[in-house]
Design a protein around this ligand. Structure first.
Ligand code: ADP
Ligand code: MG
Length: 479
């Protein structure tokens, strides 16, 4: 297989967090009995008129500001006409020629390198209903509860060059919309779904024909679907064939994409301005009001943590992966005792994240409060316990056994920093491990790690490893 360049552009639908629909007062709550939340307006029954939800617009403004896009002073809602059973009114209200947000970009780390994906636009639209293929004995049911749910469709430029990069972009976008509070990001419930446009070309050539893979609602599926699609297109082209522009679906059970329909063009939709809705006008004062209510963005916080607390770019990016996690981290730093930022980041990203996942919780409801973790870290920092023992203590804290000092005392975990006691432990290990000692004297540096490990084991993890290393070196050089 010769050189092929992969080209990917994503279209993402983020469901906005308003309590009611974009053009009606019906509830957007997930999980209600079918068709109990579909109002006459959502179905465009005769005699009804849509009224724009101010909260949906406010969220679009937040997004535009967060990605550095241009906010249109005047944008227009258009009807996108098509037939589908889950769209009984025959058209979807969307924005076409004049979207609310144009331009902007999303930046993120990919294998430690900063990447930037440009955005084409973001527009407001309503969601359609849903076909239910289960439980109907071979029939399909229609649930219109989702009809009229506010969406922000975010369209990227074809800037991504690998499946991994597309996933990294989608994760960054997912984290950003949650950070600014415009979308809950729940992918199982369909609150955040992506369509991936994929093509391949010889480097330097014009863009190839693309296929669009619809409705990817997990990052893992997205990666697999794109990888499959790239292989399919390359094989087709290398066999002398041509890619047909079409819409495809990913089947996770078979791990392949399958054609769904040939691609329609914008003109097939007969877009026209919705005569029931006035153009959307956004006053500069409103934009300023929203701007002043915005939290510090993850990018800015990420830079600040590196500058002010010496975090690595990687650690800072991980800490700012969600607003709850960042807040948790900042609360550790704000707690009395002032533990170093790098130690706090290490534990927030490492052991604490693992614990949060293990217990099916999140950083908004952590198993150990940030203040309590701060006291634990202070005990590592002042040498009372080793990092290894601290892991055990953290789990005990999560199990409700009390605060760090109580657990350390009760379990007798205080680090042995009494030199005489450590020297005795070292001598016992050297006597039992003559081979390792000889190896070290013969220049095998690795033997040192093994010896330290033996002493740690002999002391139940309570020795200070740095101190043990020093004593070992002294002993082995004849001291
Ligand atoms: P449509 O309106 O038909 O969906 P757009 O031109 O708006 O088409 O593009 C939709 C998405 O497809 C955008 O994210 C864009 O970056 C991406 N895209 C366009 N051309 C290509 C291509 N040749 N290869 C990969 N992605 C593409
Ligand atoms: Mg599209």
């Amino acid at each position: 297989m010769g050189e092929w360049e992969i080209v990917i552009g994503l279209e993402t639908h983020a469901q906005l967090t308003t309590a009611s629909k974009i053009f009606s007062g019906a509830s957007t709550a997930f999980g209600a009995a079918p068709n109990t939340q579909a109002s006459a307006v959502d179905l465009a029954l005769p005699g009804t008129l849509p009224v724009l939800n101010r909260g949906a617009v406010e969220r679009a403004i937040r997004f535009g500001l967060a990605v550095g896009g241009a906010l249109a002073a005047r944008s227009v809602f258009a009807r996108k006409n098509y037939f589908y059973p889950d769209l009984p009114k025959g058209y979807q209200i969307s924005q076409f020629e004049l979207p609310v947000v144009s331009g902007g970009a999303v930046t993120f780390l990919l294998a430690s390198e900063e990447r930037r994906v440009r955005l084409t636009r973001a527009h407001l639209e309503e969601d359609a209903g849903k076909s239910l293929h289960e439980d109907f004995h071979g029939m399909t049911g229609i649930d219109l509860n989702r009809a009229g749910t506010p969406l922000l469709e975010i369209v990227s430029e074809p800037d991504m060059r690998s499946a991994a990069e597309a996933v990294a972009y989608a994760k960054a976008l997912h984290s950003l919309v949650r950070w600014i509070g415009i979308c809950d990001g729940n992918m199982q419930e369909g609150s955040f779904r992506c369509d991936a446009n994929v093509s391949v070309r010889r480097p330097g050539e014009a863009l190839g024909t693309r296929c669009e893979i619809k409705n990817l609602n997990s990052f893992r599926f997205m990666e697999k679907a794109i990888e499959f699609e790239v292989r399919r297109q390359v094989e087709l082209l290398e066999d002398g064939g041509a890619v047909r522009q079409e819409t495809r679906l990913y089947d996770p059970d078979r791990g392949e994409t399958r054609p769904m329909r040939s691609k329609e063009d914008a003109q097939d939709y007969r877009y026209f301005p919705d005569p029931d809705l006035l153009p959307l006008e956004i006053a500069p004062e409103w934009i300023e009001e929203v701007r002043s209510s915005m939290p510090m963005l993850p990018d800015a916080l990420c830079r600040l943590l590196q500058e002010r607390h010496g975090l690595s770019a990687y650690d800072a990016a991980l800490v700012t992966e969600s607003r709850d996690k960042a807040r948790f981290f900042e609360e550790i730093l704000a707690a009395p005792g002032a533990v170093p930022g790098t130690l706090a980041a290490h534990w927030t990203n490492g052991e604490m994240s693992a614990l949060v996942n293990e217990r099916g919780l999140d950083f908004a409801r952590p198993p150990v409060a940030p203040g309590a973790l701060a006291r634990l870290l202070a005990r590592i920092h002042d040498g009372t316990i080793s990092g290894k023992v601290a892991k055990e203590v953290l789990h005990a804290m999560a199990d409700g056994e009390g605060d760090v000092d109580a657990i350390v005392d009760k379990r007798g975990l205080r680090q042995i920093s009494d030199v005489a006691a450590l020297e005795a432990a070292v001598d016992r290990v050297l006597a039992a491990q003559a081979k390792l000692a000889d190896d070290f004297r013969a220049g095998k540096e690795k033997a040192m790690n093994a010896l330290v490990g033996q002493v740690m084991k002999a002391t139940g993890g309570k020795a200070n490893p740095a101190q043990v290393g020093e004593i070992l070196r002294r002993r082995l050089s004849g001291g």
